[in-house]
Write a protein that binds this ligand. Structure first.
Ligand code: ATP
Length: 452
């Protein structure tokens, strides 16, 4: 695995990720995704939708709003409770997550279970990792939800940017049941932006204030919830494998009972061995009927499910899988960006599986004399439904191969002087670097057969 700074440099240089607002001096810990990063992100999201929604029985899509009625966040327990313990060094003004500081320096597990007073006592003994002094503020709560406001008759109303997509699903539970007449068990999946005013964002795209979540809420009867929890452990493993990730780089952290979030009766965090250390990529949680019960109590609109076949009404239980697109992209880059030596020297290669590669194919004229012909082949292939294709011109063919390797393009097609006569091209495979002569009409068949 490469070092952090090498991965960041590569992704920046190749148009995957840019520093946010760079022309104005940047915005700390904010990142924009360039053309290739956007394509990679979209491929991750599409694969997730296919895997968790479209190929499963009884799972539905949803696209709820980012800004919801504030009562949603009051009912869900976020207002007033969704905060992290924060402490500032009075000398250098650096800010820290108090629980993280205590865990890493005092080696105390689950420090977030300690009261703020207890955390303050522990922090007093710690030397500031930034300036080496020992002069701290008290530990206090840091509100994680971003506030905004909206004008309404008679004044301003405080609203929040959603810190998770899940609540949008819960408040639409009844809409989906009533309009689609679905039967339990069923699920609702949603992909979308979430916002958290993190105390200490950082580690590249691992922790940012704005990110995208892939969330699935699966509604079931209570007595079947453990079966579905186990089902989703397997489903998640299969998904990670389908992304081409190695399970050896993951560990499952069973969150101890006394550290569970207020809504959860069981949570497993799937952690990945990032270049900076272990970090959570996704969580699987049994949320019980916490959310639907709260929304029922606060809204006076019952979320109970009327099970006509069993002739009973009950509040469904929820199994949730929640993961971050950026953390997946970071793990994929950490594992698949490699430097290797091949016949003619060293190369940087992004060994993405075909379904994740931003460009599936690159078309190249052998020399600039063949640009016109290569261009028409490129245009013809664009319409063949192979996936995104680019045209690579200028520079030696070897250099162009290297460039495509470094962004993960799986096949390079070279149009040479013989192509005009024999209607054949040379297709080079990114991973094996093997080259084969293929008839132009057979290109799509060849690619689909050899893609992995
Ligand atoms: P952490 O402990 O790392 O703060 P969390 O337990 O608060 O994460 P969840 O609330 O379970 O995270 O959110 C589900 C997923 O959303 C996480 O597993 C992660 O992939 C993603 N996620 C959460 N916060 C961020 C963030 N600030 N930046 C990027 N991704 C995030």
């Amino acid at each position: 695995m490469k070092e952090m700074k090498e991965i960041i440099a590569h992704l920046k240089e190749k148009g995957f990720v840019y520093s946010g607002s760079s022309i104005y001096g940047g915005l700390a810990n904010s990142w924009d995704f360039g053309p290739l990063g956007t394509m990679l992100k979209n491929n991750i999201k599409d694969l997730w939708k296919k895997f968790f929604i479209d190929e499963e029985e009884n799972i539905y899509h949803l696209d709820s709003s980012i800004i919801l009625n504030s009562k949603v966040w009051e009912s869900s327990g976020h207002v007033g409770k969704f905060n992290d313990p924060m402490v500032d060094c009075k000398k250098c003004k650096e800010r820290f997550r108090a629980d993280h500081l205590i865990e890493s320096i005092k080696k105390i597990k689950n420090a977030n279970n300690l009261s703020f007073e207890e955390q303050t006592k522990f922090v007093k003994d710690i030397v500031c990792p930034s300036c080496g002094k020992q002069d701290w503020t008290d530990v206090r709560a840091f509100e994680l939800m971003f506030k905004t406001s909206s004008s309404k008759t008679g004044g301003e109303e405080t609203l929040y940017l959603r810190p998770e997509t899940a609540q949008g699903v819960f408040i639409n539970f009844k809409n989906v049941v009533d309009t689609l007449n679905v039967k339990i068990p069923f699920g609702i999946g949603q992909v979308g932006k979430a916002f958290r005013n993190e105390v200490t964002p950082g580690n590249f795209i691992f922790r940012t204030k704005e990110f995208e979540q892939l969330e699935l809420e699966f509604f079931t009867r209570e007595k079947e919830s453990t079966i579905w929890f186990d089902y989703y452990i397997k489903k998640i493993n299969d998904f990670l494998l389908s992304l081409g990730l190695t399970l050896d780089n993951f560990r499952k952290y069973e969150v101890p009972n006394d550290s569970l979030a207020h809504y959860s009766s069981r949570t497993i965090d799937f952690e990945y061995k990032f270049p900076f250390g272990w970090g959570e990529i996704l969580g699987l949680a049994n949320r019980g009927n916490f959310d639907l019960t709260n929304h029922t109590n606060s809204s006076n609109d019952s979320m109970e499910y009327n099970d006509q076949s069993a002739k009973e009404k009950y509040m469904p239980h929820v199994i949730e899988t929640s993961m971050g697109v950026e953390r997946l992209l970071f793990a994929i880059s950490s594992e698949m960006l490699i430097t290797e030596t091949i016949n003619d020297g060293e190369r940087e290669v992004f060994k993405l599986p075909f379904n994740l590669s931003p460009y599936k194919v690159s078309v190249m004229p052998l020399t600039n004399k063949l640009e016109k012909e290569a261009n028409s082949l490129y245009k013809e292939l664009l319409k063949k439904d192979i996936g995104p294709i680019n045209l690579s011109i200028g520079g030696s063919i070897g250099k162009r191969y290297r460039k495509q390797d470094s962004v993960g393009t799986m096949f390079s097609i070279t149009f040479d002087f013989d192509s005009i006569k024999d209607n054949m091209v040379t297709i080079r495979n990114r991973d094996t670097t093997k080259q084969e002569r293929v008839f132009i009409p057979d290109i799509k068949k060849y690619i689909l057969k050899n893609a992995r």
